[in-house]
Design a protein around this ligand. Structure first.
Ligand code: IMP
Length: 448
């Protein structure tokens, strides 16, 4: 800290929520800076599983302020559902008190969801993310700060409703936006969230100047970045470190740590090339899917599974300059006889060590693997005990089974990035931190 960034280093769903939850204990602010409710963080607190789509994962730390930042597109209806669920669990209503929506964030309206339903190519989450960003880029979107002005501008309302209906028509969506619903929706958003809409960039800047710690929470992952990912099979925002500060409304000089979250293997939801993909119904790919419960948090779709891809991890490091990797779900690989790491691609007979820019080329890449011995499957409780032993005896990663440790060390060697924490189960105690590293902290501090 002062500002730390947590990013997905693969295609999203790496388990960022747990890492963020741990770091939030030491943060005064947790800020989402891009994306919207296409994201899904799962946090396990004792017997309760929380699925959050827009509320920053830092919500579990009661002292942590929460920001839905400038770079986001926010669905107010989904936010209301999340806040109601949070309230039913904790009796807390954080909105306007410690949860703030940036004035600059864009509003996702029913129109955006309707328009997204026409997608046939990318396999989007259908949450209206791309259409909301498209409106922003076209400079016809509505930011939270604009809502009262739009409500008071009859011409603007007519123009917007007519544009929306023409666009729905043009992609063959039969639904229509009614003028009265559009206005009622905007009025409801102001009633429900008016108190929470704030100039959050200036608030975070002030906090940093007062020496407070800020956690910038990425959503999706490096390979889903609109500019640097596997275009067009990407999301519509910049998911990288470079946008973490920009999308929060502060400058990049504040950041001193950037953690890349990577599974010990790879998953992807939606369409697009995936060089290390394995058959889903059988063998190690099926093992990963079933043992790792690989279903999308937002859509419930099965996630495609494959071996760890060092080529993509290195590309993602080139982009984001990780100061540490959090390796998640290592326990899931337990029980496989052999593990593989992809160290290069064969593209039409040529060996390459980077991801080709074109998705057509990437789809033809054949992975080149190195092989490693597997390690035994353990029960959830055995992994937790291992993690506890690591903490109590100050052993760090040395508690891991020998071949699991050599797999981890090889990932560090190939990537050139230190691994700072290893996830070995969903429970918040089931993590092993590198000794003296940024995750070498008490796992039990959070009071929610
Ligand atoms: P969109 O972000 O809904 O437009 O979807 C674009 C692509 O990104 C699709 O392939 C989605 O499955 C994928 N995607 C979006 N958000 C996430 C996420 O949080 N985790 C994993 N994949 C995601």
């Amino acid at each position: 800290m002062p500002a730390s960034v947590v990013l997905g280093a693969q295609w999203g769903d790496e388990g960022k929520g747990k890492a963020i939850d741990q770091l939030a204990n030491e943060s005064n602010w947790a800020v989402r800076f891009q994306g919207g409710n296409n994201a899904g963080h799962t946090i396990v607190l004792g017997d309760t599983t929380l699925k959050l789509h827009q509320i920053p994962s830092g919500v579990t730390s009661p002292h942590c302020n929460l920001v839905l930042g400038d770079g986001m597109v926010v669905d107010p209806w989904v936010l209301e559902e999340e806040l109601d669920r949070w309230h039913s669990l904790t009796e807390e209503r954080p909105e306007g008190k410690r949860l703030f929506i940036s004035e600059r964030a864009s509003v996702i309206l029913p129109f955006h969801r309707m328009y997204d339903s026409a997608d046939k190519v990318v396999g989007t989450t259908g949450r209206g993310i791309g259409p909301a960003y498209r409106d922003r880029i076209e400079r016809v979107g509505i930011r939270f700060v604009d809502i009262p002005f739009v409500i008071g501008d009859s011409d603007k309302i007519d123009e917007t409703v007519s544009r929306m209906n023409m666009q729905l028509d043009s992609v063959g969506v039969n639904q229509k936006v009614e003028r009265k619903d559009f206005v009622a929706d905007l009025e409801w958003i102001m009633d429900r969230f008016g108190e929470a809409i704030r100039p959050t960039g200036a608030m975070i800047d002030k906090a940093l100047k007062n020496g407070e710690n800020v956690l910038l929470e990425g959503a999706q992952g490096a390979m889903l970045d609109i500019d640097q990912g596997t275009y067009p099979f990407v999301t519509s925002s910049v998911t990288s470190r470079a946008n973490a500060t920009h999308g929060a409304g502060i400058h990049p000089g504040h950041v001193n740590n950037c953690f890349g979250i990577s599974k010990a293997y790879t998953t992807r939801v939606g369409n697009g090339p995936f060089p290390t993909e394995l058959p889903y119904d059988t063998g190690p790919g099926n093992h990963m899917a079933m043992v790792g419960h690989e279903f999308g948090t937002t859509t419930g779709r099965p996630r495609r599974t494959g071996w760890l891809d060092m080529v993509s991890l290195k590309d993602s490091h080139r982009l984001n300059g990780y100061t540490g990797i959090v390796l998640t779900k290592l326990d899931v690989l337990g029980g496989l006889d052999e593990l593989k790491i992809c160290t290069g691609y064969d593209l039409d007979g040529q060996i390459i060590d980077y991801m080709p820019t074109s998705s057509h080329d990437l789809a033809r890449c054949r992975p080149i693997y190195e092989r490693h011995s597997g390690f035994p499957a353990l029960e959830e409780q055995e992994w937790i005990e291992m993690a506890e032993l690591s903490r109590s005896d100050r052993k760090g990663f040395e508690v891991l089974p020998e071949s699991a440790l050599s797999y981890v060390r090889r990932i560090e060697e190939l990537s050139g990035i230190p691994i700072v924490s290893i996830g070995i189960g969903p429970d918040r105690r089931a993590s092993i931190a590198s000794l003296g590293g940024p995750f070498d902290i008490d796992p039990e501090v959070t009071t929610f």
